[in-house]
Design a protein around this ligand. Sequence first.
Ligand code: ADP
Ligand code: MG
Length: 318
Amino acid sequence: MPTSSLESQLRAALLGLAVGDALGVPVEFQSRAARRLDPVVTMREYGTHHQPAGTWSDDASLTFCLAQALADGFTLGKAAEYSRRWYYEQLWTPHGVVFDIGITTREALSRLQADDDLVLAGGTDEYSNGNGALMRILPLAFYQVDAPLKERFQLIHDVSAITHGHIRSAVACFLYLEMARHLRAGLAPAAAYAELCRQAPTQLYELQISAAEADKFERLLSGRLPDVAATAIDSGGYVMHTLEAALWCLLRHETYAETVLDAVNLGDDTDTTGAVTGGLAGLYYGEAAIPPEWLAVLARRADIEALASATAIGAGVS
Ligand code: ADP
Ligand code: MG
């Protein structure tokens, strides 16, 4: 069992993310209309990727690779190397195969494979803004959280840029981790979101994020995200959409299960929306709130729990 509250937060975050991912895997790429007719209510088997129930995908795999880098004494090089090893050597796969990967992520990992000295392999163009860095960033909520703002943002930027080098991905990761920081401090989702909206504009200004780029986050940081109609919440693979969808789900429910099921039932990029939402929901509601029948079938549960302990020690938080 976890030996510190920080370790238990980390463990709940990793398990919550993996469970959300696994709930979404069997219905990835299916539409929201399909989910309205046939909502996901528990773990399913087979479906899109023909995997057994409880199988998580690239989202959890790459999250665990980052956690492993923290456990082993963090360097950016390790984070890049472990991500590369996931794709080429099946590190942190649920059953020894990689069955799901985004285009931007694959291109970056291929560049890493071809060039030993490369670390920041992510594309920087507008269309490199898939959610592939956001989906794996959560372990940084447990590392150097008290560092000065600019240092902290630089670290988040660089970890994002292993696969996603555009500033928008870095800002999305930063805001997601800010939300995690407020939840870790004990704020409920609504209060954490209010704090995020209060602090972020000044933070983005201090970080010299351009006004045009900061404007992209205007709706997210308006304070009114929970009031946005479901029809205006997108759940494809664009990082802005995934971040908004995750916070929107978190802010509209009061249990772990309802929160992640809502995320998955938005359709389309169900595993990533489930993972990004599930990480925050796990962190906030705790491991005991995750339905035991979902944890019971989760692939490599014991390995994930051991990773959480090692990461808590390696990241210097316990
Ligand atoms: P990953 O980020 O996981 O590697 P992809 O590269 O496959 O995934 O991208 C996921 C999705 O993000 C794609 O559907 C792509 O169209 C979308 N996307 C990327 N950049 C933008 C953007 N600037 N605006 C809208 N959608 C975007
Ligand atoms: Mg996935």
